[in-house]
Design a binder for this molecule. Sequence first.
Ligand SMILES: [Zn+2]
Ligand SMILES: [Zn+2]
Length: 393
Amino acid sequence: MINKKVKTKWIFCVSLIGVLFATALSNGGQAQVAYAGGQDIPPGVNFYIEKQKLLGGMNLYFGNLHSHTACSDGEGTPEQAFAWARDVIRFDFYAITDHAEQLSSKEWEEIGKQADKFNTNGRFVAIRGFEWSHPYEGHSCVWNTRKYISAWGEETADTYSKPTLGLFYRWIDDKDAVAQFNHPGRPKGIFRNLHFESDVADNIIAIETGNKGTGNNDGSYYRWYPIALDKGWKVAPTNNLDNHKLVANPHRTVAIAPLLNRDAILDAMKERRAYSTDDGNMEVIFKSGDCWMGSTLRVPSPTINFDVVVEDDEPIVKLEILTNGGKVVAEKNTEANQVVWKPSVESSSGTYFFLRVFERNDRHDDDNPTADMQIAVTAPIWNPYGSQHLYWS
Ligand SMILES: [Zn+2]
Ligand SMILES: [Zn+2]
């Protein structure tokens, strides 16, 4: 792990002192991170300038949107959890999402009180959420609401007294709340087979492609991501610890935002400007023109040009652009630590495109000791001008 905050700050300074000086510095190698794998970039491109240009004032914030404490079936108090997340693991953002079915209103208040206490603009974002945990329809984390609803009935027990998925959807719609599909496939119901519900299409903003030790490199949650997209859900992939103890692995949800504060992180998630990574500091930028991952193309064109920048301290070995049905429409092999890639695809080939990056797990820091790859998956860029191919065989 390198200290990404120092690196990001340094790069920000570069943009201030100007392009010429930056070129001189990066060519001189001074203050740059020395990577054994080096760069894989088109001729005439300066990696740091390209990265800064594409970031355009945004930053990558690494966090966890799903965790538990002793308020439900985890260990430790909310205060201990936020302090550990901020000071030991150094997450940029951290959500406590205890099981609603096990929460008392006193505990709910305490989590909110601690979230407000720890939440510090520019340093650490603390979020109170809850997990709606239905025994067979699925689990869902909901963030930053004043109240909560359990799969055993809502706290007021009148309008939302029956614990069905339909009433949960109605609740998040009424409250204008944002939520994600947790660990799809566990339980088996998978939100009624991920049936698309237009009323909550703006409320369900994410899907876990990683949960606990099961990352993108395992694939068992990841495989539901293109299925959800094909069914019409506009979701970003997340990779959350779902930790029940103060123990972390390197899996992260990354939110892309101009600033580190609660509104900016939640806005980034609402915009689906996010990616899921098995590696704790892999930096990934995926755009088309000024459209970030998570956005929708606004101008029709027969060809879509993408801008990709990836940086990691372990070797990046493969990059892929995927579309409907999880079909790969462009790919690149490399061995570099810093990659600039500008693939083009036919607009007709699909209604969304996302990036998947494979990195060789040389540090062996994954929960799965035999995992030789760590994988990052971005939110899609949606293409309203493409045709919906169902490539599933
Ligand atoms: Zn769960
Ligand atoms: Zn959980």
